[in-house]
Design a protein around this ligand. Structure first.
Ligand SMILES: [Zn+2]
Length: 637
């Protein structure tokens, strides 16, 4: 009597969505029953004594590879072992490949022990959704040509794919109580972890050609993406990253999307390369956040809160927009390069540094107003280069735009402000290239064309921010340069009035510079030199407004005529015969001053008088020439 091989009697309810690919509601196991039992080795109950005698590795391999042999060639569904139960399994260095591409279907199975599939080559897709792994699972250095589906799977320990080669992996809704590790893994397509809960998630050096989807991911340890290279997009919408994100040197080809996401720990994206469009919307960064020395194509941040320092130093952006964003601590953009920058935060920190930034195309900075009316914020744009755009005052409160040493192109200063608008812009040593002073004629007129008058609050703000110590000193040379630069730009644009006004301020500060040399010169010679230059500068200013004021020439000419008249009256009255009044002295002095004719004095007059008239005639000719010069200049304006 031949013993007939019985079939396994195991059935599995497959009416749920997970088994949509099956047409039946009850799946019946097609495998042979283990001798003297009603079940195949994979379906023996957990406490069945026969299980200890079974070599599960061999049995499993037989089933998988036999599926392609003659016996099963028409039935690739033989690789289906739904609801299986395995003890520990070691498939190290095994090659799992039937002559077919049917998936190895182990849905809703239980893996009681450690599963070691490291260095394994698997030619099939792996379907493991709804399964439970009670111990560590390792696919380290494995090569899996099919997609791995571990949706809604529970891992009581870790899941390891270090250095593995994968086609695609779906971890959606999976729960991993240990680590999910993909260090240096290679993924041809997508890596999806939608809704997964993973204690420690490590994607260090992962290389994925498709998207990495971390939507609704919850992870308690720091998410690691450092040195990863993602060919698609990284999406982390509605995710909860309790302990931050470490993604130094991350490369992403199609941008990062972070929406409605809470990130609890520090975020490091330094040296990252983010191509494409990256969006951060309604996210909360609970700790320090850094994107320094990175290369970013487009970054759009909106309705987002940075509760600690946000640092973007040294990064290159094609376009960066910060709208409706709250910065609770400082925001740092030192030496950052932008093509376009839109910075419209609704909560601006007391100090924001944009020092040494370059904005090649357009800048728009316009903090919104949710501060009190007296709040002052300091935006440090020193040594920056701004090509065009607008630096706007908020509706409530004020912002100090510190443009000391910056290069300012076609940029406008906008908004209503407490006090003079320009007093909120520090323009010391600012170089202008395309800036129109004509737009601020009224403000400048009111301020007597002084560019260096700062609102008192500005200095208070400076002093209150202890981190920044080097507030510029108002040394004469600094202010001289300030006006020189403004004057140069005004002259270049043909704004002669502004040029003239700035020139006089420039000369005033040059004089102060010379005179300060009198006090602080290294040698007597330097001190005397300073004194001489200062006095000469003063004289020129007083008499001609440094060649800018023709009326001053008239005033000083009149003054000189009077002085000479008085001198003639006092010293050589005898030379004037008869009754001579002061008027005659004045007329004589004026004649000598204005006409080039000498010798109107009596021929018998003393030598001293003749010398005096020569001197006055010479001075007069000089002043007439000055008058013509200054008049011509003012007519040209
Ligand atoms: Zn079975």
């Amino acid at each position: 009597m031949t013993e007939e091989v019985k079939r396994c009697t195991y059935t599995h309810e497959v009416s749920t969505e997970r088994f949509d690919d099956l047409s039946t509601d009850i799946w019946r196991c097609p495998h042979d029953a283990h001798p003297k039992t009603n079940y195949c080795p994979f379906h023996l109950p957990a406490d069945h004594g026969a299980r200890s005698e079974i070599d599960y590795e061999t049995t499993f391999m037989t089933v998988v590879s036999a599926a392609g042999t003659d016996e099963y060639s028409e039935k690739p569904e033989r690789t289906r072992i739904i609801g299986a139960r395995f003890p520990s399994l070691s498939l190290r260095f095994t090659v799992v490949d039937g002559d077919h591409r049917a998936p190895i279907d182990l849905r809703e199975s239980v893996f009681e022990g450690r599963i070691d599939a490291s260095n394994t080559t698997i030619d099939h897709a792996l379907w493991l959704s709804g399964s439970e792994f009670h111990s560590t699972v390792s696919f380290a250095e494995a090569t899996i040509y099919g997609a791995v589906n571990v949706k809604d799977t529970r891992f009581a320990a870790s899941l390891l794919f270090d250095e593995a080669e994968l086609y695609a992996l779906d971890l959606s809704d999976a729960v991993i109580e240990g680590s999910a590790r993909f260090r240096e893994a290679n993924v041809d397509q997508t890596l999806t972890c939608r809704g997964a809960t993973i204690d420690r998630f490590d994607l260090e050096r992962v290389d994925a050609d498709g998207d990495v989807n971390l939507t609704e991911l919850e992870t308690s340890a720091r998410l690691r993406l450092d040195n990863a290279d993602i060919g698609g997009q990284v999406a982390a919408n509605r995710a909860i990253l309790s302990n931050g994100l470490w993604a130094v040197d991350l490369t992403v080809s199609k941008g990062v999307a972070i929406g409605d996401t809470h990130i609890g720990g520090p975020v490091h994206l330094d040296d990252a390369t983010l191509e494409g469009q990256s969006r951060v919307n309604a996210a909360t960064f609970g700790d320090r956040t850094f994107l320094r020395d990175a290369t970013v194509e487009t970054l759009l941040v909106s309705s987002t809160t940075f509760q600690e320092t946000a640092g973007f130093d040294g990064t290159t952006f094609d376009r960066a927009e910060f709208r409706g964003t709250s910065f609770h601590e400082t925001a740092e953009f030192e030496a950052t390069t932008f093509e376009t920058l839109v910075f419209v935060p609704n909560r601006t920190p007391r100090y924001v540094t944009f020092r040494s930034v370059t904005i090649g195309d357009e800048v728009r900075i316009a903090p919104e107003s949710n501060h009190g009316n007296t709040d002052v914020r300091w935006l440090d744009l020193r040594e920056s280069k701004l090509h065009e755009g607008a630096l706007t005052q908020p509706k409530k409160g004020s912002v100090v735009y510190d443009l000391a040493g910056a290069e300012v192109g076609d940029v406008s200063f906008e908004g209503t402000s407490r006090g003079s608008l320009l007093s909120w812009y520090n323009l010391r040593r600012t170089t202008f290239d395309g800036f129109d002073f004509g737009d601020y004629r009224r403000e400048l007129d009111e301020a007597d064309w002084r560019l260096h008058d700062l609102n008192p609050s500005m200095e208070q703000v400076r002093r209150s921010i202890t981190a920044v110590s080097d507030s510029p000193v108002d040394r004469p040379e600094v202010l001289e340069t300030t006006y020189l630069k403004a004057r140069t730009e005004a002259a270049n644009r043909g704004d002669n009035e502004a040029a003239s006004r700035f020139f006089r301020h420039e000369m005033r500060w040059r004089r102060k510079r010379h005179l300060s040399q009198v006090r602080s010169g290294h040698s007597v010679k330097r001190r005397l030199q300073g004194l001489a230059r200062g006095v000469y500068n003063w004289l020129l200013g007083a008499m001609t407004g440094h060649g800018e004021l023709s009326r001053r020439v008239v005033y000083s000419s009149t003054f000189i005529i009077v002085v000479f008249a008085v001198v003639y009256r006092a010293t050589y009255a005898a030379a004037f015969e008869g009754e001579v009044g002061i008027t005659d002295y004045l007329i004589f002095s004026a004649q000598t001053f204005i006409t080039f004719l000498l010798g109107t004095a009596p021929a018998s007059s003393p030598l001293g008088l003749r010398i005096l008239t020569v001197v006055e005639g010479f001075v007069g000719a000089f002043f007439v020439a000055l008058f013509v010069f200054t008049l011509t200049r003012s007519v040209n304006r």
